[in-house]
Design a protein around this ligand. Structure first.
Ligand SMILES: O=C(O)CCC(=O)C(=O)O
Length: 256
């Protein structure tokens, strides 16, 4: 979606846009350093951290996936800002308007294996995926779609990483997390990395993707760009269709 179609509620003043900190790593892959100020990081950490996370494929990761409306509007605003910056910096980066948020909470030093976002809930087309990194820094791996070379980017609290267009299906991984270097504003007992990963995906299917286990990481080797995205798998369907807490409940839970 073009930035001019972004609803007013999510529109941020131009002065906020940190264009000078965008770095194009390769066409379709942009890192934005300090995309979020410290107060914004804290607000998002509290607001999204109070959501109902479910266990993922390993003991160190919990996740919550839903429409963006289920979360604080500040999260969507921050995504729109980062994606706008990325497409201003990189002519190969399409615009996007986030429909869904997958938030991951990593509470140990291990991350997430190499993979591509090839599932239907990741969003069809080449609209980018926007990652906002909060809390403990991580070593994030990306495999160039041009050279196949693997690179490591340190993502610190407040940084954004955007991949779309030619890099929409780039292979990536969270290689490690350094809990000891968590920002000082994080209470020691809550040290973690929270990644907010936004997607532009089809609406109305979110209940099919509430859970994700190791056995759902399928088709990674076989799948090629141009193939249909991989649909929900039988053991994902119907496991948990209960509604997530409304935003106000989440906010109450956070401030308690
Ligand atoms: O936590 C991250 O930054 C990346 C998460 C990720 O790769 C995914 O959810 O597919």
């Amino acid at each position: 979606m073009s930035p001019s179609r972004v609803p007013d509620a999510y529109r941020l003043p131009d002065a906020y846009l940190p264009t000078g900190r965008s770095k194009v790593i390769e066409p379709g892959l942009v890192v934005i350093r300090a995309a979020l100020a410290e107060t914004e990081q804290q607000t998002l950490f509290r607001a999204v951290g109070g959501s109902r996370f479910l266990p993922a494929e390993t003991a160190n990761r919990e996740r919550v996936y839903d429409r963006v409306e289920a979360f604080d509007a500040a999260a969507t605003a921050a995504c729109v800002c980062a994606s706008t910056c990325a497409s201003q910096a990189d002519a190969a980066m399409p615009n996007m308007f986030p429909t869904h948020l997958l938030a991951n909470r990593y509470s140990s030093t291990s991350g997430l294996v190499w993979h591509r976002d090839i599932y239907r809930n990741d969003g069809d087309g080449d609209a980018p995926i926007v990652i906002l990194s909060l809390g403990a820094p991580c070593q994030f791996g990306v495999e160039s779609v041009v050279t196949g070379e693997r690179r490591v980017i340190e993502l610190r609290s407040g940084d954004a990483l955007v991949f779309g267009g030619p890099c929409r299906f780039i292979k990536h991984a969270v290689l490690s997390i350094d809990l000891e270097r968590s920002p000082t504003w994080m209470p020691v007992e809550q040290r973690a990395r929270l990644s907010l990963t936004f997607r532009e995906a089809v609406l109305g299917q979110e209940h099919l993707y509430r859970t994700f286990k190791a056995e759902h990481l399928t088709e990674q080797e076989r799948w090629r760009p141009g193939d249909p995205l991989v649909g929900p798998q039988p053991t994902q369907q119907g496991l948990d269709q209960s509604p997530l807490p409304a935003r106000s409940e989440a906010a109450v839970a956070c401030s308690a």
